[in-house]
Write a protein that binds this ligand. Structure first.
Ligand SMILES: C[S@@+](CC[C@H](N)C(=O)[O-])C[C@H]1O[C@@H](n2cnc3c(N)ncnc32)[C@H](O)[C@@H]1O
Length: 429
């Protein structure tokens, strides 16, 4: 068998051809046209549409493939993933029998899972007994941190999603992180917040991981280390790529000091310092991330990039030109976000900045549904994980105004292709 490998143009042509067949069939019937309006065609199950059925299925296939290629493997996998990726060789193929042995899984079940994945072009079948990677499934064989992202979502967020209704029944529209759905699923009453749980769950002393995911690691802080790799993977491509940070004109600052508050194991600080040689960056985060930061840091950046253990619920200790907060405030409700900002203000001088890189929730209809969905998916993830939320433009303006009247939102910058917006906030006065 050969991998079916249509181009964007092939798919667009197939879509056009099949839409014409469907349209002429619909024109000969007295049925309504497919539409999002309430009176559109509800079911294709009509004898008059028999001839359109084959074209409709070909249209679904072509449109699905077109969407997959237009998103690219990185963004497509945000909606799909299963496990056995590593056991399939990056080049060539493997039989189901060999794969089942390698993964210690029953072969008939493995085949059923794989067939479902193949229907979504995650893997393909060179023969009826074997499988091989497509560019999409290969993501996981190529990047070990992808496993952290899967582990976090499947083991931590999955059970939390199942608790959302119970959580809403008990706490309504509550915002206490200790009562988030993730707490109900994993640690209710035992830890003060999801980050406290990530940082402290597990037994024994932390292991050195060399910046890589050790799947067997369950020692104290293993969840925080895995979350560090989750953030690193999430940031390595697509709409959340660290490269979008250059949408702000960092070079215009000249020689400048930056504090990357809640900067995890340093992936954004490394990106910033590599591209902007006049910046020096201090990454601040909780203690567990320090070793991962040291493992990640390229030796050439040691003089300009460093790590400091700092709890942002306490006053900021470092005076700096810029305080950078990426993916921080969407983890916290308004009152705690205000507290985080207020902890930062005393270290700032007139003209120093806070640069936020986070989602700005569009209104439905204001943007494409794809962009809206990237924001709404993240919003629901924040609801399940932290009892927190994504914010609209006016919410951001109000948040900073409430924290300190002198903090002025100067601009919202939307780098092309970025799911996140850069928000420049200046201390004025
Ligand atoms: C969603 S991650 C964002 C990481 C990084 N800024 C990025 O964009 O990839 C949130 C970060 O906040 C850190 N964090 C949580 N609570 C903190 C606290 N009280 N003080 C400092 N860092 C904290 C976490 O350890 C984690 O690295």
């Amino acid at each position: 068998m050969e991998l079916q490998n249509p181009t964007l143009k092939d798919l667009a042509t197939a879509i056009n051809k099949n839409v014409s067949i469907i349209d002429s069939c619909l024109e000969h019937s007295s049925l309504p046209k497919p539409s999002f309006a309430i009176d559109g065609l509800r079911s294709w199950d009509h004898p008059e549409l028999d001839e359109a059925q084959e074209a409709r299925i070909a249209l679904i296939d072509a449109a699905t493939d077109l969407m997959h290629l237009a998103m690219g493997p990185f963004e497509y996998l945000r909606t799909e993933y299963i496990a056995v990726f590593e056991a399939v060789p990056l080049t060539g193929s493997i039989t189901y029998a060999e794969l089942a042995k390698k993964c210690s899984l029953p072969e008939p079940r493995l085949q059923r899972w794989m067939r479902h994945a193949i229907s979504k072009r995650i893997f393909w079948a060179p023969t009826k007994d074997s499988v091989a990677h497509t560019i999409t499934s290969a993501e996981f064989a190529r990047d070990e941190t992808a496993w952290a992202w899967v582990g976090h979502n499947v083991e931590e967020i999955g059970p939390a999603a199942a608790k959302i209704m119970e959580q809403t029944d008990r706490f309504g529209d509550g915002t206490n992180p200790a009562e988030a759905a993730v707490a109900l699923a994993h640690f209710e009453g035992k830890y003060a917040s999801p980050f406290d749980w990530l940082e402290n769950d597990g037994v024994g002393e932390p292991k050195l991981l060399g910046g890589k995911l050790d799947k067997s690691d369950r020692t104290k802080g293993w969840r925080a280390r895995r979350f560090g790799n989750t953030m690193k993977y999430l940031t390595s491509g697509g709409g959340h790529s660290s490269s979008h940070v250059h949408g702000f004109d960092w070079d215009a600052l000249g020689e400048a000091s930056v504090v990357d508050v809640g900067g995890s194991s340093g992936h954004l600080a490394i990106e910033l310092a590599t591209k902007h040689p006049k910046l020096s960056v201090t990454v601040q985060d909780l203690p567990t991330l320090e070793q991962q930061f040291e493992d990640n840091l390229p030796p050439g950046l040691k003089s300009r990039v460093s790590f400091q253990v700092h709890d942002f619920m306490k006053p900021q200790k470092i005076p700096a030109d810029v305080y950078f907060y990426r993916f921080i405030f969407h983890d916290w409700p308004d009152n705690m976000s205000v507290q985080i900002i207020q902890n930062n203000v005393p270290a700032m001088k007139r003209g120093s900045r806070i640069i936020v890189m986070d989602g700005v929730m569009p209104e439905p209809g204001e943007t494409s549904n794809f962009v809206l969905r990237m924001n709404t998916s993240m919003d629901l993830q924040m609801m399940a994980a932290f009892n927190a939320k994504e914010r609209r433009k006016e919410d951001w303006i109000n948040l900073f105004r409430e924290a300190d009247k002198r903090l002025v939102v100067k601009q919202f910058l939307q780098p092309r292709g970025s799911a996140l917006t850069l928000i420049e906030v200046v201390l004025d006065g």
